[in-house]
Every structure is written in C-alpha cells, then in structure tokens.
Design a protein around this ligand. Structure first.
Ligand code: SAM
Ligand code: CA
Length: 248
C-alpha cells in the first residue's frame, strides 16, 4: 500500500535516528542515490565482496561505508600516499580501500585488538593482490605508537593515518600521531559527528555507548579545532571524518 507523504517522512526520520546509519544526510533517498549512482557502479570487485561478507557479521555496524571507502581511496591517490597507518581494522573494508590506492611498494601498518575479524576479510585482500602492503599487528595501538616514538626512526614518516578505533583514546592517539605523521601529511579521525549525537540535547534518548563516547568526541573536536600544529577539515562523509594536515 502507498505511504502518505507524512508517514514516509516519519519513517525516514526514524531510519536517520538509528545508530550506525551511515549517512548524516537529511534524506535517505539522497544517500541511496549517491550509493547507486556514483559509488556501487565504481566499487572494485574485492571491496564489494568484502562488504557483502561483512554485512553478514554480527558487528557489521562498525564497518566503513562504501561512500567513505571511495573517498579514502581517492584521497590517498590525490596525496600520493605511500607509507600509511590504520588504527581499527575490523574486517578490513577501509584497509582494502587503502591498500588498493597505494602503489605496489606502499605500506600500511594496521592495528587492531581483534585479529579474528581481520582474518575474515584477509582472503579477499589476498585475492586482490594487495596483502603484501599490509603489516598487521594484533593488540592495542597505543603501546605500538609509544615504541615507534621511542625508536626515533619513525618521526615524521607517515603520509596518511586513519584512526577508526576506541574513541576515548583519540586524544591520546593525537598526541603521538602528530609526531609520527609527516609535515604536510594527513591524519583522518573517523566518526567525529558520532551519529549526529554531537548536537543532541542533554535529554536525547541515545544508546548507552553513543552517550558514553559522545563526550570524548566533543572534546576531540574542540581540541582539533584549537590545535595550531594542524589545518583541519570536518567532512560529513559517513559518520563524519576530520582531516588534519600537519603544518609544522
Ligand atoms: N576501519 C574499520 C572498517 O573499515 O571496517 C572499522 C573499525 S571498527 C569501527 C573499530 C575497531 O577498533 C574494532 O575492530 C576494534 O577491535 C578496534 N579497537 C578497539 N580498541 C582498540 C585499540 N585500543 N587498539 C587497536 N584497535 C582497537
Ligand atoms: Ca568508523
């Protein structure tokens, strides 16, 4: 049966309030239009395969959306990235978008506390012929960053760093990453609009984990905006990504 216009609008508003909805655009139809017109037709076959595998995983809410994958792939090519890092891999959708964008001798240091999920996507990454670019480290990222800083040889060595892990540690990551990224290099912090909750009123009915991490995201956004060592650009792609270009 045909829906009335107001029922359709209500429905859409409902979908937009769902946690993990991959777009903050005001209309779901508009987001579908972007996916169907510009993203899915150009999505590399291995990324499509990995997206479909991930869709069947119980934690699929965590995956990077296809439009954000396309954005990352384009950005990496535009900046000629070669040496990169990713914190928070899950099944590897953003990792594969990165690996496909880098030259054959490009490198990605990829870290996640969970190796099982990475191994779910690994056969697709291998089949795509890009697994040799990836150095996967299982475990929390922070101690690895501390080791790299203590070692000295990694200072200013990364062209691009994608941070998509524990939101309560983003500022701890930033303290270290600002040293490890090159001058002129880019750090991308993901989920900086946190499901739109950054502007939710205090009594908004937020899911527990959205509410818990929201304050960390708010604090991060303020700190990045005030950091004179970087230029920033907040993009409403996916759940919001803030690009930070190191100035000095
Ligand atoms: N970029 C991924 C993608 O494209 O599918 C999504 C990453 S998911 C949102 C967040 C990931 O961060 C999870 O796989 C989780 O295991 C990982 N994680 C959480 N805490 C971490 C930590 N301290 N160090 C490294 N990874 C962590
Ligand atoms: Ca994310």
């Amino acid at each position: 049966m045909a829906q009335t216009a107001s029922a359709a609008t209500e429905n859409q508003a409902g979908r937009h309030q769902e946690v993990g909805h991959k777009s903050l655009l005001q209309s779901d139809d508009l987001y579908q239009y972007i996916l169907e017109t510009s993203v899915y037709p150009r999505e590399p076959e291995p990324m499509k395969e990995l997206r479909e595998i991930t869709a069947n995983h119980p934690w699929n809410i965590m995956t990077t959306s296809a439009d954000e994958g396309q954005f990352l792939n384009m950005l990496l090519k535009l900046i000629n990235a070669k040496n990169t890092m990713e914190i928070g891999v899950y099944t590897g959708y953003s990792l594969l978008a990165t690996a496909l964008a880098l030259p054959d001798d490009g490198k990605i240091l990829a870290m996640d506390i969970n190796k099982e999920n990475y191994e779910l996507g690994l056969p697709v990454i291998e089949k795509a012929g890009v697994a040799h670019k990836i150095d996967f480290k299982e475990g929390p990222a922070l101690p690895v960053l501390d080791q790299m800083i203590a070692n000295g040889k990694y200072h200013g060595s990364f062209d691009f760093i994608f941070v998509d892990a524990d939101k309560d540690n983003y500022l701890n990551y930033h303290k270290r990453l600002i040293d490890l990224v090159k001058v002129g290099g880019v750090i991308g912090y993901d989920n900086t609009l946190w499901n739109g909750s950054v502007v939710a009123p205090p009594d908004a009915p937020l899911r527990k984990y959205v509410r818990y991490y929201r304050d960390f995201v708010l604090e991060l956004n303020k700190a990045l905006a005030a950091d004179p060592r970087i230029e920033i650009c907040q993009l409403p792609v996916g759940d919001g990504i803030t690009l930070c270009r190191r100035l000095s």
